[in-house]
Design a binder for this molecule. Structure first.
Ligand SMILES: Cc1cc2nc3c(=O)[nH]c(=O)nc-3n(C[C@H](O)[C@H](O)[C@H](O)COP(=O)(O)OP(=O)(O)OC[C@H]3O[C@@H](n4cnc5c(N)ncnc54)[C@H](O)[C@@H]3O)c2cc1C
Length: 405
């Protein structure tokens, strides 16, 4: 799938690297990204406001359920194509980029673990953009350590509803979503009806996944976060106060919540890697634009006044991130169950985005702080990229652990 050509050839002609369908998605995503005025990109960041209209437009163009089969409204594309869409969106900081990535992340467990009714109910409207989805795993006292979840789910006396209590935090699209994939610990005697309790370390694992609709009684949106980076994605707390969730809204087997969550996040990491590759490329684009302009004014000699090796290093970092990212996306398409490459891609690409944006701002100095160049935005977003969907420190531990197993 990925032919080995030299980087310059690949850059000038994507058909040397990707299939016709993949190139078509790349071009479609690039046209979409370029069609959004830079003022709109900046406004969403400054006002920390989500562009639902753009999300719906992307869905109507087939990007809302790109890697899912047409049976449930998906587009039937591959993961490499979805990665290309994410890379192009990130390159220009399209204000819906992160929400779209999480939206697809949430469809993954419904597609893999959902009942036929759940698939029909949630996947089809997710594909059209009628529904936006969010993923609720992190809690105030449970980030990297997913086993520490404190949100509880208890079956009511009639056995018809689970009653959820707790808070989820830093949830992308939290304030705007229509449904949420939520992980909670089943408490009390409620785990007894489990068909086959999952044993882990001699203990029954009670973490269970649920599909919680925005309108369920006892559910509300908490604090909206006004963060340094990743602004405009409606990142909020989710509050469950005796929230009534019908038993039919359990996603996957009771007690299998960690499997549901972590297997989806493994693919999600490829999406983040693609986004970070786009950030790194976007930062490089901003730097090159300024350097070309200054060179045309005779401000540089052939060595870019000694900066050429810095620029060469940054270009290499972007390309390294891209190669690992598409290796990881290709592995998903090939059904490879080794998720280590996804962790490597996520870590490499987010670190590259951080490094390229930091160095680019250093090189062009105060010009790099102008929002129109997107460098300062990418600098802020990359920091968040190193943290979410599993911090880079945790990814490195996962990679090492696999080797030592
Ligand atoms: C912009 C943004 C969007 C997000 N969106 C979502 C979302 O949609 N859904 C969701 O569920 N969550 C979301 N999150 C939360 C995110 O996934 C968590 O922040 C992340 O998993 C880290 O958890 P934490 O912040 O609690 O840090 P902690 O887990 O407390 O970690 C703090 C530090 O300690 C390190 N550390 C932790 N444990 C270990 C260990 N065992 N060994 C070595 N080092 C360790 C970490 O690497 C980190 O550096 C989002 C976060 C951000 C910033």
């Amino acid at each position: 799938m990925l032919e080995t050509k030299n980087a310059q050839q690949q850059d000038s002609d994507p058909s040397l690297r990707y299939s016709d369908d993949q190139v078509a998605w790349l071009k479609k995503a690039r046209a979409f990204a370029d069609s959004i005025p830079i003022e709109d990109v900046i406004k969403s960041d400054v006002e920390n406001s989500f562009r639902r209209d753009l999300f719906e437009r992307a869905c109507q163009e087939g990007m809302g359920a790109l890697p899912f089969p047409t049976t449930y409204g998906g587009t039937g594309g591959d993961y490499v194509s979805f990665a290309l869409v994410n890379e192009e969106f990130a390159r220009r900081c399209v204000p819906i980029m992160s929400s779209l990535g999480v939206h697809v992340l949430c469809q993954e467990p419904v597609f893999r673990f959902g009942t036929e009714e759940q698939k029909k109910k949630y996947l089809v409207p997710s594909a059209t953009g009628k529904y936006l989805a969010a993923f609720g795993l992190t809690e105030p006292n449970a980030g990297s350590d997913t086993a520490a979840l404190e949100t509880t789910a208890k079956l009511d006396s009639k056995g018809k509803n689970y009653i959820l209590n707790g808070t989820k935090t830093f949830i992308t699209s939290g304030g705007s979503a229509d449904y949420y994939i939520v992980m909670a610990k089943v408490t009390g005697d409620a785990h007894k009806p489990f068909p086959s309790p999952r044993e882990e370390g001699g203990k029954v694992d009670t973490i269970t996944a649920f599909i919680v609709e925005r309108g369920f009684p006892g559910f509300s949106i908490g604090q909206k976060f006004d963060m340094l980076g990743m602004r405009g994605y409606s990142t909020c707390e989710l509050v469950f106060n005796d929230c009534k969730v019908p038993v039919e809204a359990t996603l996957g087997d009771p007690g299998a919540g960690r499997k549901v969550a972590l297997s989806s996040l493994a693919k999600g990491r490829v999406t983040i890697a693609a986004q970070a590759t786009g950030w790194a490329q976007g930062a490089l684009d901003g730097l090159i634009k300024v350097l070309r302009d200054e060179k045309s004014k005779g401000m540089f000699d052939e060595s870019l006044n000694g900066l050429a090796s810095v620029v060469g290093d940054l270009v290499t970092q972007v390309e390294s991130a891209r190669v690992l990212t598409y290796q990881a996306a290709g592995a998903v398409d090939n059904g490879d169950t080794d998720v280590t490459v996804a962790s490597m891609a996520k870590t490499t690409a987010t670190d590259a985005a951080m490094k390229v944006s930091t160095e680019a701002i250093s090189v062009i100095s105060s010009l790099g702080l102008q929002p129109e160049l997107l460098l300062e935005r990418i600098f802020r977003d990359s920091k968040a990229g190193q943290i979410y969907e599993g911090t880079n420190q945790i990814q490195r531990m996962l990679i090492a652990r696999t080797l030592l197993r």
